[in-house]
Ligand binder design. Structure first.
Ligand SMILES: [Mg+2]
Length: 402
């Protein structure tokens, strides 16, 4: 296994990205509490609004109650995506090893290039931040450390508009008394669950018997253990087809017991994955289903095919095969689907293949690519909620093309 814990990793994370884009474009919004979102849900908000306690995911109604001066601006994903692309295009000036993690976050492995920057990661980080500020008038925060996990933690400490470098030798001390939910990947509910076990800090989690964690949380138990001691198994994934996977996951608010509804979520995720795979010009042959139950027990199941696929329905067929073999009756909190083993597509229509279907898919793709997810969708999707709130969940695995 590659050593993922002796590197110099940076996480660049734009500050209140959607709100900052709006404030940059419309100067009268600057310095004011604003929320970006739809009619019902706050998708993102400015730091001025955060001071009042406004958070993304909150209902607009609730947000206006705690912050009556809040200005609600409709979101414009196309605009944010194009600004994001321009920012991401600056990154190869610093290293070729880049993982675009979401629309406003990217990991950079600068281990190999830091020698060109006085061996000073902070110097490099400030250079990038200055460029972004100058060009777009918005700020980014940057966390630096020896792996992705701690770089992410450093970035959250650097916010807003700052740089934080956590060196390996200081990690133990920082983690010892750090509340578990400060680590990315541990949310409010899991925190409560860990608290029930008498675990409040990363220090305590790190010392907790791994055996019990594994019994309680499945494969996630081992990950939790490593996280608590500051070890990360993930490397910065370059956008090469070989190690590339395209996936989406969805947290279902309140969990779900009706597996037929869960199957609709699954179909929807598969179609989103298929569309992105096609858009990126790939086909893949390994389907991975990830399930997290309400008690945070998490596991993945995988199926590799003989044929390469790129159509949502085909992905769904395999996903369903895997899904139908999981334990029934437990409330599901998260479903995830990814397609890996990707290779560049050279779609040769074989004789007898239904070309109408392919033409139909292309037409569907072009409408949805242009006008947004769900412009044309299956009728069954109206059975599940598709709020603006889901942006953050769906964007999680988004890797924009450079
Ligand atoms: Mg951000």
């Amino acid at each position: 296994m590659k050593d993922c814990n002796n590197k110099i990793i940076m996480l660049m994370d734009m500050d209140a990205f959607f709100a900052s884009c709006e404030q940059q474009e419309k100067p009268f919004l600057r310095g004011k509490p604003i929320a970006v979102g739809g009619k019902n849900v706050v998708a993102a908000c400015s730091y001025e609004a955060k001071k009042y306690g406004v958070k993304s995911g909150m209902s607009t109604f609730e947000a206006l109650k705690i912050c009556p001066d809040l200005i609600v601006v409709p979101g414009d994903m196309e605009k944010y995506a194009s600004t994001s692309r321009e920012i991401m295009r600056m990154l190869p000036d610093y290293t070729p090893e880049i993982e675009i993690f979401s629309i406003d976050e990217a990991f950079l492995d600068i281990t190999g290039t830091i020698k060109f920057w006085n061996n000073d990661p902070v110097f490099l980080a400030e250079h990038l931040r200055r460029r972004i500020r100058k060009r777009f008038g918005i700020t980014a925060s940057i966390g630096i450390s020896y792996n992705k996990l701690i770089a992410k933690l450093a970035a959250s400490m650097a916010k807003p508009d700052g740089v934080k470098y956590i060196e390996k030798k200081d990690t133990h001390e920082i983690l010892e008394n750090l509340p578990v939910d400060e680590l990315s990947g541990i949310g409010r509910k899991l925190k409560i669950k860990l608290n029930e076990l008498g675990i409040a800090t990363c220090g305590e989690l790190g010392k907790f018997p791994v055996k019990i964690l594994k019994r309680l949380f499945g494969q996630y138990g081992m990950i939790l253990h490593y996280m608590a001691i500051g070890e990360d198994r993930g490397e910065v994934k370059e956008l090469t087809p070989k190690n590339r996977s395209i996936g989406h996951s969805r947290t279902i608010p309140g969990g779900i017991r009706d597996y037929n509804i869960a199957r609709i979520y699954l179909l929807r995720l598969c179609e989103m994955v298929g569309r992105r795979v096609r858009k990126a010009g790939f086909v893949g042959r390994t389907v991975t289903l990830t399930i997290r139950y309400d008690d945070f027990f998490t596991f993945s199941k995988q199926k590799s095919l003989y044929d390469y696929i790129d159509v949502g329905e085909d992905i769904y067929k395999e996903a369903l095969y895997l899904f139908n073999r999981i334990e029934t009756g437990k409330s599901i909190r998260l479903v995830g689907i990814s397609l890996s083993g990707l290779v560049k597509a050279s779609r040769q229509i074989t004789i007898g293949e239904n070309t109408d279907n392919i033409r139909f898919l292309h037409a569907l793709d072009s409408v949805n690519n242009r006008y947004g997810e769900d412009t044309i969708k299956r009728a069954s999707f109206s059975l599940i909620d598709v709020p603006v709130k889901s942006i953050s969940n769906f964007e999680k695995h988004l890797d924009l093309k450079l």
